[in-house]
Design a protein around this ligand. Sequence first.
Ligand SMILES: Cc1cc2nc3c(=O)[nH]c(=O)nc-3n(C[C@H](O)[C@H](O)[C@H](O)COP(=O)(O)OP(=O)(O)OC[C@H]3O[C@@H](n4cnc5c(N)ncnc54)[C@H](O)[C@@H]3O)c2cc1C
Length: 377
Amino acid sequence: MADQTTDVLVIGVGGMGSATIAALAERGVDVIGIERYDIAHANGSSHGNTRIVRRPQYEDLSYVPLVEAAIERWHEIESAIDTRLYHAVGSLDIGPRDGSIFTDSKRSCLEHNIPHEVLDGSALNRRFSGYDVPPDHRAVYQPDGGFVRCEAAIIANVGRAHAAGGTIRARERVEYWSAAESGVRVETDRATYHAETMVVTAGAWTGQLLESLSGLLEPERQVMGWFQPATPSEYQPNAFPVFVCDVPEGHYYGFPIHETPGVKLGRFNHRSETGVPSTLDHTPDRTDESLLRSFTDSYLSAEIGPTQRLSTCLFTNTPDEDFLLDIHPDHESVIVGAGFSGHGFKFASVVGDILASLALDGATEHPIDPFAIDRFD
Ligand SMILES: Cc1cc2nc3c(=O)[nH]c(=O)nc-3n(C[C@H](O)[C@H](O)[C@H](O)COP(=O)(O)OP(=O)(O)OC[C@H]3O[C@@H](n4cnc5c(N)ncnc54)[C@H](O)[C@@H]3O)c2cc1C
């Protein structure tokens, strides 16, 4: 292929990259997205049907305005493309009464006027009968939370990009890039590109493309499991809100039955396995399965039958687990959207707008100071 020239090149068309390309194309920009795998694939961080969206942010209260903007944006995107991406099944933040998940989630609701109810474990188990959490645990129930359909969102964003004239090339891997007199020169395994600006949204591979940032970006192996309950009606979206739950066995999260059969569960920082993606085992094993089943056995009310599916996935953790959303400190033509750790997907709708603004204007109206790269200097 002859050398290609474009205004903006986006590296990585996953959760964040697809939203960025759509936002750029809709602003009339000449944009090309390069994806090493397929459009929606299971090797990165954005597969497994569903991602939790919670309005309260026990991780850090400063995320609340951004999550509110993200939810509004998901709804705008849904209306524009006439496709349902967001399911408001409610969210539960469950933990010991003095633990961070419960206390900071509640604080988040009180400080930001987020409608919510506080339930003790017994009340929660009565109201949502699929649960069997410790009676003295506490939960923040927030009715507008829920989940977003992750692969569907990527495909929808790629559709938006195509409709607005953007180009997306899958099964093409970026191998090398260098700063040019103006912009960047990028070599893939198929072509050479010249762009004014490059946006790097390469998920767990970002540290390999931006070596000076690799120490800030640590990929971590995770596993998701789907398990068939004996009473599936208790685990349908109308009966079983999404949850995060802190118990002695770990910090778990889960979803009602949706698309794939079975109730879906994960455990944060699953087995604490870190490394570059090629060194992490992408095949789930029996130990992975039993770690997830230790939650279903103790904290769900139904008898949990056969496993339906297991799938590995990658977090990309920064030292403080907050994102990197910034202009590269050494290259003004390079925009970085990375380090989304275990909680980034819900923000993808608005991250696309933020990265598009950084690429075009060098600034955004959204509150991204906490995500500046120089916080680690
Ligand atoms: C198991 C699990 C559960 C999670 N649960 C939640 C949740 O409930 N709620 C929530 O908000 N967040 C959650 N997250 C986090 C969220 O999913 C991630 O933060 C988000 O998906 C990250 O998106 P991304 O675009 O950075 O990465 P990705 O979607 O992985 O995209 C990066 C893309 O770059 C491509 N790429 C990499 N290198 C190259 C290259 N050299 N050339 C071309 N292409 C390249 C990759 O193939 C990939 O498609 C979870 C994550 C995991 C793993």
